[in-house]
Every structure is written in C-alpha cells, then in structure tokens.
Design a binder for this molecule. Structure first.
Ligand SMILES: Cc1cc2nc3c(=O)[nH]c(=O)nc-3n(C[C@H](O)[C@H](O)[C@H](O)COP(=O)(O)O)c2cc1C
Length: 261
C-alpha cells in the first residue's frame, strides 16, 4: 500500500476518538479527497472495503449490537465491510480501516471506530451489502465539536504516553533501548493505536529486522482487527524512523513489519 508517511505520522499524533460533531456539512473538496483515497484503499485487498454514507451515525447505531458511547448526529459515516471468507481478513480490515481513519484525520475530520455486529432487521438503511459481505464497524465523519479536545491535547503534551501502556509492557520478551531507532519509533506509534475501551490488546516482538505484532491471549475477530490497526501504525513509525520494508500478514504473529535493511 502506498503510505503518505509524514501525513499519516502527523495524523497518528493528532487523532482522538470523537463522539460529538457539528451539524456543518463536510466540504466538497474534503469529501472528494477522502473518496479518492478510499477508492485506492478498496483495491488493496479483495476481502475488505470501506464506503461513505451521507447519513448521520445515529441512523446506523440502533442496528449495531455491542457499541458503546454517546454520539451526536454527524453529517456522514464510514462503513467497514468484510467478506466472510479470506485469510487474515479481520487484520486486513483493521489495517485498511485505520488508513481511512488517518486520511480522514489528515483532512481535518473527526472519527471514532465503532466496532459492532450489524443486525440488518434493525435498520432502514440500504447499505448495498453484497452476498457474503458483513458490516463489522462504522465511524462517524464530520467536524468535531468536542470542546475538551484542546484539554486532551494539552494532557497528551504533558504525558507523552497519553493514556497508553508503557512500551516496555507491550514487549513481553523485553524492550531493548539499543534497538534501531526505527524499531523504537514503530513501537511507540503502535502503542497509539485505538482499541475498544482502550484495552490495547497488541504486543510487539523484535528480532532480525522483523517487528511482529500479536495479540494478548486468543485472537478474537475484533482483537485481530485491532492488531491490524496497530500494524499500520507500526509501519508508519518504521518508515518515518528511516527504514524501508513492508508488512506481511500471519507468520510469527498476526502481522509483521519486515525491514529491508
Ligand atoms: C474496534 C474498535 C471499536 C470501538 N468501539 C467504540 C464504541 O463503540 N464507542 C466508542 O465511543 N468508542 C469506540 N472505540 C474507540 C475507543 O474507545 C478508543 O479508541 C480508545 O478509548 C482510545 O482512545 P483514542 O481513540 O481517543 O486514542 C472503538 C475503537 C476500536 C478500535
């Protein structure tokens, strides 16, 4: 996948889950830019795709089982859609879905992953799902009206680790401060990934140019998705840290960034 490293690196730092939105419509240029990127992302893996609906998040929420939080109306939402067959499809959904979230963030839009099973009978919306496809998550899209976001930003400046686990805790086989700079940068970026109730189910393992992302305990579908999110953050951190390479799904964990050095 073609990663705009600086842009998404910045987006990783500034992204926060937003539940409150202004009623203001999304600017046409912004909407078109996002649609263009989504077109590219939808061509990366056949198992996953993302669609934007110009409907409020509140229209889809009643049909979602397992969501939490108090959302306001939003001018649009993104739907994360996965096929019911295909290897590593949940991890790929997290990886591609987070690319869409970071692109939206870079365009000045607020987002929030809402991962929940969709119950079609509970919705009047026509999502144009094809047979064998399932909606597994959504995100509101719009301009955030959360007036405490400045405070959160301030807090994150004071506490650079934000509300995240320490990197040492995320590396069960040990964290070595002598590791190459790209490895440490990648782990830091991985730790900033979003997850349900901020549980941070990912763990990182490094050796011989490979940075492995795996889940704590049995990898449920949504843990796989979250580790896919973390894998994209890891890749952005690695590339920003000066190495080249690519990601691979499966292998020693749920996903691996392999450096070419
Ligand atoms: C798969 C997934 C599902 C989530 N579901 C919800 C949700 O239903 N409601 C909500 O308010 N936030 C949801 N979140 C957002 C998390 O609560 C949030 O990412 C986490 O608390 C960390 O905060 P941050 O995203 O601001 O860094 C979800 C995140 C992920 C990755």
């Amino acid at each position: 996948m073609n990663i705009p490293v600086k842009k998404w690196y910045e987006a990783v730092q500034t992204r926060y889950s937003q539940q409150k939105y202004m009623s203001k419509e999304i600017k046409e240029f912004t909407r078109k830019s996002l649609e263009k990127k989504l077109g590219e992302l939808n061509d990366v893996y056949p198992e996953v795709r993302i669609e934007v609906f110009n409907k409020s998040i509140k229209e889809i929420l009643p049909a979602l089982k397992g969501k939490y939080g108090n959302f306001t109306e939003s001018p649009a939402f993104m739907a994360f859609i996965i096929k019911d067959k295909g290897e590593h499809r949940w991890t790929k959904m997290g990886y591609i879905g987070e690319a869409a979230i970071l692109e939206a963030t870079a365009l000045g839009l607020g987002t929030c992953w809402v991962g929940a099973r969709y119950i079609e009978d509970r919705s009047d919306l026509n999502l144009n799902l094809m047979s064998g496809e399932h909606l597994v998550a959504v995100s509101p899209l719009g301009y955030s009206s959360e007036n405490y976001s400045l405070t959160r930003h301030f807090v994150s400046k004071l506490f650079p680790h934000r509300d995240r686990k320490d990197v040492k805790e995320l590396c069960p086989d040990g964290y070595n401060s002598d590791w190459p700079g790209w490895v440490k940068n990648a782990i830091k970026m991985g730790s900033f990934a979003p997850s349900r109730l901020n549980r941070q189910p990912w763990r990182f393992y490094y050796g011989e140019g490979k940075l492995v992302v795996d889940s704590v305990g049995e990898p449920s579908a949504y843990k796989r998705l979250e580790c896919g999110i973390a894998l994209l953050h890891v890749e952005i951190g690695a590339l920003d840290g000066g190495t080249t390479g690519e990601v691979e799904f499966g292998g020693l964990g749920l996903g691996t960034f392999i450096s070419e050095e």
